[in-house]
Design a protein around this ligand. Structure first.
Ligand code: HEC
Ligand code: HEC
Length: 232
């Protein structure tokens, strides 16, 4: 009986470390977690939820081990605290389940408080095909100076994003003038979109994006939304 239990736990252990796919895990992290969490190695900077590097630094120092972290992250994905969605401590349950949840947990366990940059296939993971130096690139990847990607929070059909932290932009763009759009990006608190809270969209795009990036982005969005383009 004891031997049997032992065999089972070894099988589960192997399952956790060998059958997970870090590249798929990183892609899923960028898709489902980066909009709320800072984790330096993945390049995510959102502050809606706790900073994951900071959250697990202590555990690592205390000798908790990356395998323990993997288990804790997996558990958090499946069973986050049950609080109402409008609570600041709300994390949606089961963003991922099954293999996808295990892959994300494995990538987070590898990446938290792990200085340095991902290499090879991991470095490519989650990167869009957008050309650097275009407005689409800024929308999907953020700015050179560290500005956060818009696509992590917003749905925009032309960019192929489907995040729902902020309002979907296709309908917004149909009615927006260039000036309104510029204000919405650089001063998001000036007029809150109906049904959304302030304090979530970064308020510093006026500084974190270069003037050139901001102009490219706005031109791209106006074109993507089919609204008030330049020639009328
Ligand atoms: C809508 C925002 C949001 C999304 C998306 C989100 N989280 Fe969270 N997360 C939170 C908040 C808020 C907390 C703090 C409350 C809590 O601990 O349950 C949290 C807590 C955590 C914690 C515990 C950190 C600690 O301090 O112990 C981990 C780990 C975590 N999230 C991982 C993830 C992963 C992995 C994903 C993607 C599958 C994800 N989160 C997606 C908002 C989010
Ligand atoms: C961390 C999530 C997040 C990021 C990143 C983000 N936004 Fe937002 N955005 C929001 C939220 C939430 C709102 C609604 C509250 C408000 O109006 O400020 C919003 C509102 C907007 C609006 C107004 C939409 C309307 O219906 O009134 C526009 C336009 C917009 N964002 C564009 C952008 C662009 C462009 C970027 C990238 C430069 C960006 N956002 C980055 C979360 C985000």
């Amino acid at each position: 009986m004891a031997a049997c239990l032992l065999a089972v736990s070894i099988a589960i252990g192997a399952c956790g470390s060998e059958d997970t796919d870090l590249v798929a895990g990183k892609e899923a992290f960028l898709e489902g977690c980066a909009s709320c969490h800072t984790m330096e190695r993945a390049g995510s900077q959102s502050q809606i939820g706790p900073n994951l590097d900071a959250a697990f630094q202590r555990a690592l120092i205390d000798g908790f081990g990356r395998e323990g972290i993997q288990g804790a992250v997996h558990e958090q994905i499946l069973n986050p605290a049950k609080v109402p969605p409008d609570s600041p401590a709300y994390m949606p349950p089961e963003i991922f389940t099954g293999q996808k949840a295990r892959n994300v947990a494995a990538y987070v366990a590898f990446a938290v408080a792990n200085a340095g940059e991902d290499q090879g296939l991991l470095a490519e993971a989650g990167r869009s095909d957008a050309e650097p130096g275009t407005g689409e690139f800024v929308f999907l990847e953020g700015g050179e100076g560290g500005a956060q990607s818009c696509g992590q929070c917003h749905t925009l059909e032309a960019a192929g994003t489907s995040a729902t932290i902020g309002p979907e932009l296709d309908s917004y763009l149909q009615g927006a003038s260039e000036e309104e759009l510029r204000t919405a990006i650089t001063d998001p608190e000036s007029e809150l979109a109906a049904g959304f809270e302030g304090g979530i969209m970064p308020a510093d795009y006026g500084e974190s994006l270069s003037e050139e990036e901001l102009d490219m982005l706005i031109e791209y969005l106006l074109e993507a939304g089919g609204g008030a383009g330049d020639g009328g």
